[in-house]
Design a protein around this ligand. Sequence first.
Ligand SMILES: *[C@@H]1O[C@H](CO)[C@@H](O)[C@H](O)[C@H]1NC(C)=O
Ligand SMILES: *[C@@H]1O[C@H](CO)[C@@H](O)[C@H](O)[C@H]1NC(C)=O
Length: 280
Amino acid sequence: MGAIVWILGLCCALSVVLQTVGADEHLPIVLRMQRTVASDINNVLNNPSISEQCKTRGITCGSCSSVMICSHEKQTVGSYECSSIDAQRPYCTGNGVCTNSMEEKCKTPSELCPPESTGSYYPVPGNCSESVYCAKDNTAVKTSAPSSSYYFNSIKQSWTLRKTAADCFQINCLSATMQNKFYVYKPNPQLYVYCATFGPMTFKCGANEEFNESKRACEFACKKEGNVGIPDGNGGFLKDRYYSCLATASGSFQLFELNCPVGLIFIDDDCKLAPLSPPS
Ligand SMILES: *[C@@H]1O[C@H](CO)[C@@H](O)[C@H](O)[C@H]1NC(C)=O
Ligand SMILES: *[C@@H]1O[C@H](CO)[C@@H](O)[C@H](O)[C@H]1NC(C)=O
């Protein structure tokens, strides 16, 4: 009897361990306060006016994230990044005090946040071990994977265990040959990146769309089986034609553009008889 209880207990313990291992494959992203991409990219490169000049002798903010020491001669005699002293207090405010909250004037939108971003995580194109949290106002907070064995998973919005080298997809906009071109973000083709000379800019296609590099445009992509209306460009849908997504043998979906039979119009998800116009 004792042995059976013991074995049952062992089984439970094992299943708990297995469950934990399974759950660890995708880790939720936890925001840690760090120097933001907004201050890296926009303040420094797009908006150098945010860099301050020495006005009086003493300590002051040199930028949104750094402190500088000024002489009587209004010369900068030294400076340091707040994050290099304490990663929890990366922002410079007031008279050169490092804190954990950014000053209003420093909250500039980040080019890593598509305008459609509403409180979700987006990739840092050059580093799969990082992501940015984009707030509604398009300001970004950068966050890093708990270890290099995890990569940012844009679809799952998590850190995911790295199994093959291909899991880490990166676009290195710093290389000159990459610049001034569009790239699809392959792990989530709804996203695409333009490599500007100052760094990457992230864009997002519509809900049912993916970016086509050769066309440099977003286009409809099948994500599940079924019929979908074709946008008419005025917020409505075409009446005589529709997209049809059919499952293939490999488990993906093939896109067809089909015509409705004469006399029927496409409504919601199928070709139907036009509804009678309501009595006036
Ligand atoms: C990518 O980001 C991680 C975490 O922030 C950092 O440790 C690593 O050095 C970065 N890699 C590159 C190539 O910049
Ligand atoms: C992109 O468009 C080209 C030209 O129409 C097409 O041949 C290609 O299959 C498309 N690529 C993807 C990934 O859909």
